[in-house]
Write a protein that binds this ligand. Structure first.
Ligand code: ADP
Ligand code: MG
Length: 239
């Protein structure tokens, strides 16, 4: 009961609400995460003193391999919210990166995809995680070479990933951790058909995490189509 009480007071203080069954208590500090030492070292080197609220609540859920819809504003630390459990998933699964990525992150723009890639490289380096970033407006050659070298994580905009899939230059059959980042923006930009085509190439047995700043009916619809019994986490007021 004591831990339940502290979970509730942490959630109240940080405006965390959720829906779903058996939602684990938030990780109120890095010490309680149980993250591997090399990841804790990177977090420490970055100068972070505590998890952000979205990290605190979504990490224990993601580590249980459950689907998540997280609704939180920009700047709330969502990227590491899904990347660190993705690193831990990679350690558990140990696929051959030459056969395709295990973690796939879809992002609306080249700029955002590049930022996610930078974060993945910085925090995944000591875990020896390989990553490729695929986006339009740049030649395909170097991106194809990155894929061929072997990748644990692919961060991609839906348009470019779809082009590369149609060329049959990437396989998504090993993907078991799928992230839709800024889902509302991807839908606003008209990427829904590409997202649905991509997800058809990803095995149904997977963990799916969706991050969005807003929760309109189009986003609710794609969440109900692509996620299985997700826990919904909200930080602050939701519009
Ligand atoms: P969002 O995707 O929610 O807009 P980001 O993941 O881009 O937010 O994070 C915003 C900034 O906060 C980044 O510079 C990131 O490195 C930093 N950040 C992430 N986690 C923490 C933390 N626990 N403590 C302090 N800063 C953090
Ligand atoms: Mg973000």
């Amino acid at each position: 009961a004591g831990s339940g009480l502290s979970a509730d007071s942490y959630r109240q203080r940080h405006e965390i609400t959720f829906s779903g069954d058996n939602v684990p208590a938030p990780f109120s500090s890095f010490e309680v995460t149980g993250f591997p030492p090399e990841i804790l070292r990177e977090v420490h080197n970055a100068g972070f003193s505590a998890p952000t609220p979205i990290q605190a609540q979504s990490w224990p859920i993601a580590l249980q391999s459950r689907d998540i819809v997280a609704i939180a504003k920009t700047g709330s630390g969502k990227t590491l919210g899904y990347l660190i459990p993705g690193f831990i998933h990679l350690k558990r699964i140990r696929n051959d990166p030459k056969l395709g990525p295990t973690v796939l992150v879809l992002s609306p723009t080249r700029e955002l995809a590049t930022q996610i890639q930078d974060e993945a490289v910085k925090f995944g380096k000591s875990s020896r995680i390989s990553c490729a970033c695929l986006y339009g407006g740049a030649p395909k050659g170097p991106q194809l070479r990155d894929i061929d070298r072997g990748v644990d994580i692919v961060v991609a905009t839906p348009g470019r990933l779809n082009d590369i899939l149609e060329m049959r230059r990437i396989s998504l059959h090993q993907v078991s951790y799928l992230v839709l980042d800024e889902a509302d923006r991807m839908l606003d930009m008209g990427f829904e058909p590409q997202i649905r085509k991509i997800v058809k190439e990803v095995p149904a047995r997977r963990q799916t995490l969706m991050y969005t700043a807003t929760w309109p009916k189009e986003v609710r619809k794609i969440a109900s189509d692509l996620l299985v019994n997700p826990i919904q986490v909200n930080i602050g007021n939701v519009d």
